[in-house]
Design a protein around this ligand. Structure first.
Ligand SMILES: Nc1ncnc2c1ncn2[C@@H]1O[C@H](COP(=O)(O)OP(=O)(O)OP(=O)(O)O)[C@@H](O)[C@H]1O
Ligand SMILES: [Mg+2]
Length: 420
């Protein structure tokens, strides 16, 4: 029998970035491999977003090359060495390496044999880990991240970046609704961050005041500790916090990408789920933010401009993140009367991605919700749109809600509806 998916009741506390999703700190890593496949796996891990702060150098030559290189030289924070040898020979080679290795340097040994004795002996001699090749990039990231994570540290949150393929596609509305649903129905503490500084609608959509929150944080990210963050966030209910944008034009918003990164990092230190409402546009900070997120959601309307833009964004994100799942596609405002549309199936086929949600054009529901300062699931919990949003939240979190109605096909609401 298939195992039941985890439910809200059983797994709320453990939500956050998975071990392989935690970024590795700013450390130097040198690797000396024997075989090209190990070198390739290391390079692939090194190009990953989670290792973007670390500095990785890979060269061939194995343990002997490392010994030669470091005789009289300072060793890096982390040394990864591959050995062709096994048993006593491998230990002998690694003992010679230990003589030139600074005590503070951590060492990961890569071997070809699955030998428990060798593993134990290496651990006893102070190695941090013994990995058996062939290596998987994600496994490497997880092991490296584990070596540098303070065991007492609270887990960090998962970052979901939501962006529109074109202006007005509904990405802000979708991001606010999924943030609300994850917080209220899945009971996962969530912060929605409005990154549309000049025109953001988090304040409006939740009937809360817009504030200088995000803009102040971006202006001085180094000051952003827990106390300040707590002051800048607006609480809405037990599980949801809002980081609103000023939505004012008096000041310029020209923070550098590193400031955005620092603010998002600070938020994920305190919240298990972080939803980023990213404005439509293309700036270095938007590109960086999308590439660094744990999940990317692209909201597209079923027209040619969205099709082209979504395809470009999806390809860029996929190419830059070969170790990650592809972005999730949400096709929104489907079935607008009198508007010729690209059918959702064709749209999805062109993207090469199954849509995570298809959301009907429902101006009455969305308009009413906006006017009330409510989310559509609050206003109409049983509407097909609400079901589609819940399904998206379930896909993003891996959790189910009490209101889930099984797993009907994504395309099911289109049945009986003629597509253009
Ligand atoms: N499925 C839908 N049916 C009807 N109206 C919708 C739907 N989705 C969004 N809208 C409406 O479309 C308008 C634009 O939505 P929203 O502000 O979320 O778009 P956006 O992609 O964030 O735009 P921007 O490019 O300005 O950031 C809003 O008035 C919203 O209520
Ligand atoms: Mg928006």
């Amino acid at each position: 029998m298939a195992a039941k998916p985890p439910t809200v009741e059983t797994q709320v506390d453990s939500f956050g970035a998975a071990p392989h999703e935690r970024p590795v700190p700013r450390i130097s890593i040198h690797a000396f491999c024997e075989f090209p496949d190990t070198g390739a796996a290391l390079q692939r891990a090194g190009a990953d977003r989670r290792l973007s702060k670390a500095h990785l150098q890979v060269q061939l030559g194995g343990v002997n090359a490392a010994i030669e290189h470091y005789t009289g030289q300072i060793t890096p924070n982390l040394l990864i060495v591959e050995t062709k040898l096994d048993g006593k020979d491998a230990l002998g080679e690694l003992d010679r390496l230990a003589e030139v290795c600074d005590p503070a340097t951590k060492v990961i040994v890569v071997g070809r044999v699955n030998d428990v004795e060798l593993y134990r002996e290496l651990m006893r001699r102070g190695a941090s880990e013994y990995l058996v090749a062939p290596l998987e990039p994600l496994q490497l990231i997880e092991v490296i991240s584990g070596l540098y994570l303070d065991p007492g540290a609270t887990p960090i949150g998962r970052v979901v970046a939501v962006v529109g393929a074109r202006g007005g596609s509904g990405s802000s509305t979708i991001s606010h609704n999924i943030g609300w649903c994850i917080a209220e129905e899945l009971h996962i503490n969530t912060t929605i961050v409005d990154l549309d500084l000049a025109f953001g609608t988090v304040g409006l959509d939740f009937n809360d005041e817009a504030s200088q929150g995000v803009a102040d944080a971006l202006a001085a990210p180094e000051r952003l500790d827990d106390v300040l963050l707590d002051r800048l966030l607006l609480k809405r209910g037990d599980h949801l916090s809002l980081f609103t944008a000023p939505a004012a034009l008096e000041r310029d918003y020209d923070s550098v990408p590193e400031s955005y990164e620092a603010v998002i990092d600070a938020v994920r230190q305190t919240t298990p789920c972080v939803i980023l409402d990213i404005p439509h546009g293309w700036h270095p900070w938007i590109r960086n933010t999308l590439l660094a997120a744990d999940d990317v959601v692209i909201v597209a309307t079923p027209d040619l401009t969205s099709l082209r833009n979504a395809k470009n964004i999806i390809e860029l994100v996929k190419n830059a993140r070969p170790n990650d799942k592809p972005p999730r596609l949400v096709i929104n405002q489907v079935g607008m009367p009198k508007r010729p549309e690209i059918p959702s199936k064709d749209f999805a086929e062109t993207m090469g991605i199954d849509p995570a949600a298809i959301i009907a054009f429902d101006p009455q529901l969305f308009g009413q919700a906006a006017n009330n300062g409510q989310m559509v699931i609050e206003l109409s919990p049983k509407a097909p749109v609400s079901e589609a949003l819940r399904r998206l939240c379930r896909a993003l979190t891996g959790r189910t809600t009490g209101n889930d109605r099984g797993s009907a096909s994504i395309f099911s609401f289109l049945k009986g509806k003629k597509q253009a």
